[in-house]
Ligand binder design. Structure first.
Ligand code: FAD
Length: 518
């Protein structure tokens, strides 16, 4: 039975892992976290999945405990600008389409085509995003929608893959501040915190790490070692020489340049969404936090130099950006062949990363941690536990890769070599066949990537119908069905959206109110 764990790395991955292990095992597990004073963390303003709330509730942290400290905001979806054509935008909302007469409203929409805007016709969240609304009333109650899960039902600890309903929002937060908050959370609960550089990992004849050597604090021994050293993959990839499988043949973006833009949010309002704006060699993210905007250009170095990318980003941000320091980041896109080998488990960027589109980095971390707890080694059958863990973690990342590749293939934007090449690039495994299926029948559970990867068929549908580049046809059988109820439901979505826009406070007003309550 593993009784002691050493985590190397103190970024988001390291501290999320340390906190979760302590919340789960308490004093029965000794946790040491060693992090370098010299190697910085990635630390860009970060957007998350709606399921991140299970991580916080597992730790016993309410929104008011952590949101103000991490400068967090709400995220009701992702807004895509210019992916179809210049000046066009649509949302990928955290909202499933309703079912009418046993048929998804998305299918009815395709059949009836009441407008060009699937998102506005079939989700209320698109209108809330345009109007910059909060998903909560000032007194704290959540917007009422049939499809929204009841929070009380999930008051006990639950994990991401156990959810049957869609929650309407995620968060955007400063990941560096979250790591700080979790440092306090972890050390208060007994995590031993060592600030030092790991210079060597000693491996025994079976291939297990016995201890890591630090520059000034001696050797740190443990039963299990967690590699949270980011893109370096110091223990897993470097020391144990576990191969890294690149996704670059299908996802060419390998670089990013980021800026932190101070902003007085009360002046300009705050969109409750992450924005992705298509560019000549990639896309720019815009993530509003309570005191600043996090922004960055994710690009393919085959199509754009770092200087060009920085110039593009500064001109996108506009006046004032010239004084801000740009952070250039080289990204390793793909995954480790196995994230758990012998007694080393990689969590975070060391395990894998599929570029920042759709904000999956922290989701991968949460998944890795939850699965580690589910597969925690006990001495017997560890080999089978590792196999099961590795399969699950690989499936999650391979599934996300498919979903992201779809974004570039289905985007109507086709104005230069970067966007044209995206349509001609190698498509992973079965995706080409799936796309042909989706053109005649919108994605469902039987036709998307078959293993859990965080995205449901409705997300694929929102992207295909929003991006507008695939020739998708309605299901012929709908022409023979009575569409009265579907027409009524489509009207109702618009009416409900207008009523919610009327009644909900602005995103900024709600967050300012909550912060004052603290
Ligand atoms: P890092 O932050 O790199 O931390 C590595 C840690 O290892 C540091 O503490 C470092 O000091 C330590 N370390 C390294 N070497 C040693 C050593 N020898 N000894 C001791 N310590 C050592 N994810 C999202 O969910 N949403 C987003 O919007 C998003 N945007 C992103 C944008 C970009 C451009 C990039 C690159 C990533 C983005 N991510 C996003 C991913 C997210 O940033 C990472 O998943 C997250 O920060 C976790 O990083 P990490 O902890 O694995 O690694």
């Amino acid at each position: 039975m593993a009784r002691s764990v050493v985590i190397v790395g103190g970024g988001t991955a390291g501290w999320m892992t340390a906190s979760y292990l302590k919340a789960t095992f308490g004093d029965k597990l000794a946790v040491t976290l060693v992090e370098s004073k010299n190697v910085p963390t990635i630390g860009v303003g970060e957007a998350s999945f709606s399921t991140i709330r299970h991580f916080f509730s597992y730790l016993g942290l309410a929104e008011t405990d952590w949101m103000p400290e991490c400068h967090a905001t709400y995220k009701l979806g992702i807004r895509y600008d210019n992916w179809r054509a210049e000046g066009h935008h649509f949302y990928h909302p955290f909202e499933r389409p309703r079912i009418v007469e046993g048929v998804s409203l998305a299918d009815w929409w395709l059949h009836k085509r009441p407008s060009d805007d699937y998102d506005q016709d079939c989700s209320v969240i698109a209108a809330l995003c345009d109007a910059k609304r909060s998903p909560r009333q000032l007194e704290g109650s959540l917007l009422e929608l049939d499809a929204v899960e009841h929070e009380a039902e999930h008051a006990s600890r639950s994990t991401m893959a156990e959810q049957n309903t869609q929650f309407p929002y995620a968060y955007q937060f400063d990941a560096t501040l979250l790591a700080k908050l979790l440092t306090r959370y972890g050390t208060d609960r007994g995590v031993r915190h060592v600030l030092d550089d790991v210079v060597h990992a000693e491996v025994d004849e079976r291939g297990d790490v016995t201890h890591v050597r630090t520059k000034e604090s001696g050797d740190l021994s443990g039963d299990l070692f967690i590699d949270c050293t980011g893109f370096r993959g110091m223990l897993l990839n470097k020391r144990l020489e576990v191969p890294f499988l690149s996704y670059q043949d299908s996802l060419p973006n390998d670089s990013a340049v980021a800026l932190r833009v101070p902003m007085e949010m009360s002046d300009q309002g705050m969109g409750p969404y992450t924005r992705s704006t298509a560019q000549d060699a990639g896309w720019i993210w815009t993530i509003p936090l309570s005191d600043r905007i996090g922004t960055g250009y994710v690009y393919a170095s085959d199509y754009c130099t770092p200087d060009e990318a920085e110039r593009t980003l500064r001109s996108f941000v506009g006046p004032g950006s010239e004084d801000l320091t740009a952070n250039h980041i080289k990204m390793r896109i793909g995954r480790s062949e196995n994230s758990w080998v012998n007694n080393v488990v990689a969590i975070g960027l060391s395990s894998g990363f599929v570029e920042p589109l759709e904000s999956t980095g922290i989701f991968f971390i949460q998944n890795g941690i939850e699965q580690l707890v589910k597969h925690f080694p006990g001495g017997r059958d560890d080999h089978q536990l590792r196999r099961s863990y590795n399969r699950q973690v690989a499936n999650v990342m391979d599934g996300v890769r498919e979903f992201l590749v779809l974004h570039y293939i289905a985007a109507k934007r086709n104005n230069n070599a970067y966007w044209q090449d995206a349509k001609a690039r190698t498509v992973p495994d079965a995706l080409a066949e799936r796309i042909e299926q989706w053109k005649v029948k919108l994605p469902d559970a039987d036709t998307v990537f078959p293993y859990y990867h965080g995205f449901e068929p409705y997300s694929y549908t929102a992207m295909i119908l929003g991006l507008g580049g695939l020739d998708v046809r309605p299901r012929p059988g709908l022409a023979l069905m009575d569409d009265t109820a579907a027409s009524k439901e489509l009207r109702q979505v618009r009416d409900q959206a207008a009523s919610l826009v009327e009644r909900l406070p602005s995103h900024w007003d709600y967050l300012a109110h909550v912060t004052k309550l603290k």
